[in-house]
Ligand binder design. Structure first.
Ligand SMILES: [Zn+2]
Ligand SMILES: [Zn+2]
Length: 128
């Protein structure tokens, strides 16, 4: 399969939006100056928050079913809750199960060194 041009992915994802990278949820921190690349963030299995640079072609919209009413949710059309970063259900307005809670992810920060692949949140100080 031909690799799509980076321009294809520019402007596709918004800051604070829930997405999927490698099939796992992540939050878009912001768009990189480099066309088609984004900074994304996730609390990993080790409990630490990681922020890294990701190619737009590896990022997918997050789709699932609402845990409460089973409506289809899709982060490309439905808003992501700014506190818990779950997609807000368009039908019943539910976000995180069982209740909304701040996940303490810090969107709006970007890595100091954008060339490394993965970052510990402690290494990040440069705010937009
Ligand atoms: Zn619902
Ligand atoms: Zn919420």
């Amino acid at each position: 399969m031909a690799r799509l041009k980076p321009e294809v992915f520019a402007g596709r994802y918004k800051e604070g939006q829930l997405v999927a990278v490698d099939g796992k949820p992540a939050i878009v921190v912001g768009e990189c100056r480099e066309t088609g690349y984004y900074f994304v963030q996730r609390r990993d299995d080790d409990g630490k928050v990681y922020t890294w640079k990701e190619y737009g072609g590896r990022i997918k919209h997050y789709t699932y079913h609402c845990w409460r009413c089973h409506s289809v949710i899709d982060s490309s059309v439905h808003a992501t809750c700014p506190a818990c970063h779950w997609v807000i259900c368009p039908e019943c307005k539910a976000c995180r199960k069982p209740v909304c809670e701040d996940d303490m992810l810090e969107t709006g920060v970007k890595p100091v060194n954008a060339n490394n692949n993965k970052f510990d949140i402690d290494d990040i100080f440069d705010y937009f």
